[in-house]
Design a protein around this ligand. Structure first.
Ligand SMILES: [Zn+2]
Length: 63
């Protein structure tokens, strides 16, 4: 089973905004992103992504 993710903020709160002849447009309820590009990952990949992001935030890059 896939999880839909916002490509901007990786939120799962992505809904189908428009669906029609031209394709589907999605909307992120967290950051307001609207567009055809969406990430679809499975539950495992999602956990890895969130884990990676959390670690990234905890350790800011050293400059
Ligand atoms: Zn978003």
């Amino acid at each position: 089973m896939g999880v839909l993710l916002c490509p901007v903020c990786l939120s799962r709160r992505v809904v189908l905004y428009l669906g029609g002849y031209a394709g589907k447009i999605y909307k992120c309820q967290d950051c307001g992103y609207v567009g055809p590009l969406i990430l679809e990952v499975d539950e495992d990949e999602y956990k890895k992504l969130v884990d990676k992001m959390a670690r990234h935030q905890a350790q800011p890059p050293v400059r």
